[in-house]
Design a protein around this ligand. Structure first.
Ligand code: GRG
Length: 300
């Protein structure tokens, strides 16, 4: 319990630093050439909330291989820009049509639909600029990060997963393997990138990079499962979180297929798997172990 409290405090402290650095990156992104309204919409989509879990994973995985926060921060920001863009676009009327995110009006509600599309595009593009201009990283590390992020955020990852999800609209029940694979792409790929990115930027050996990637994939599955569990339980309804909100879902989540008890057991197994992958790093990986538990037990 004490460890999780310590973890949430560290996560909150990092979130504040990410928030400040993201604000600087967005404000400096256009060199004064873009309309203030577009920059304001990008700020609305990226700032003022968010757990900043993905940046935390980048920074902690980099720390495992001896790279400090200053070295890892730009990769962390790039990833968060992609994550925030995906939320802005996911909330659009053509997708989930959500009015609220992080307790505030969504970007298309606060501004307008066209501005929200452009704000998402601005954040997406900014991410790759931030990576390309990551002082302190070797050219080969930058290139590896750009390449990996393009694949995890694009058609082989998040965008492809979102498209699979949309194409399953109207389908009452998906085979379990398809659910898992769609979710691994849609939400898992960015989380896998987060864990792997630290190893890439610290120029860790290929075996470590592979291991961190696998750790990220496992906690990516746990992240989505925990999200679906939140939607499934009454607690989620009390938080106004979904319970019927996602009209596309039907029997397209594992908790809907297998029930709540099965889901809790599966989450515990995934935490065990994630921890086993970190075994070679001993106590140095304790924060990443805490992160795995946090992801599986999260309430928001
Ligand atoms: C529109 C290209 C495109 C992709 C959208 C990730 C995604 C694909 C949609 C998000 C839908 C969603 C809410 C999925 C549940 C899992 C998830 C990504 C939750 C939000 O992530 P958190 O909890 O958010 O890390 P915060 O607010 O903490 O940043």
């Amino acid at each position: 319990m004490a460890a999780q409290t310590d973890f949430t405090q560290r996560l909150a402290a990092l979130a504040a630093r990410v928030e400040a650095a993201l604000a600087d990156a967005i404000d400096g992104s256009a060199g004064g050439r873009a309309p203030a309204r577009l920059i304001a919409a990008m700020r609305h989509g990226a700032l003022g909330g968010g757990k900043r879990l993905r940046p935390f994973l980048v920074i902690e995985s980099a720390a495992l291989f001896g790279a400090g926060e200053a070295t890892a921060m730009r990769a962390a920001l790039a990833l968060e820009c992609i994550h925030c863009y995906s939320l802005v676009h996911d909330d659009l009327p053509a997708m989930d049509d959500d009015m609220e995110r992080r307790g505030r009006p969504t970007v298309h509600v606060a501004y307008d639909e066209a501005t929200a599309i452009l704000a998402g595009d601005g954040l997406l593009t900014l991410a790759f600029g931030i990576l390309a201009e990551s002082d302190g990283l070797s050219a080969s590390a930058r290139l590896a990060l750009v390449s990996r992020l393009a694949s995890d955020a694009g058609t082989a990852g998040m965008v492809g997963g979102q498209a699979l999800d949309l194409s399953a609209e109207g389908v009452a029940e998906l085979p379990e393997a398809e659910i898992v694979s769609m979710q691994a792409m849609k939400t898992g790929a960015l989380i896998a990138f987060a864990a792997e990115a630290g190893a890439i930027l610290a120029e860790a050996p290929a075996e470590d990079r592979r291991r961190l990637r696998e750790f990220g994939e496992v906690i990516g599955l746990a992240f989505q499962l925990a999200d679906d569990l939140l939607d499934e339980t009454a607690e989620a309804a009390a938080l106004g979180k979904a319970a019927g909100k996602d009209r596309r879902r039907g029997k397209k989540t594992l908790p809907a297929l297998h029930g709540i008890d099965w889901t809790r057991r599966r989450l515990a197994e995934l935490v065990d798997e994630a921890e086993a992958l970190l075994a070679p790093y001993g106590a140095k990986a304790d924060t990443l172990r805490e992160a795995a538990r946090f992801v599986a037990n999260r309430r928001s």
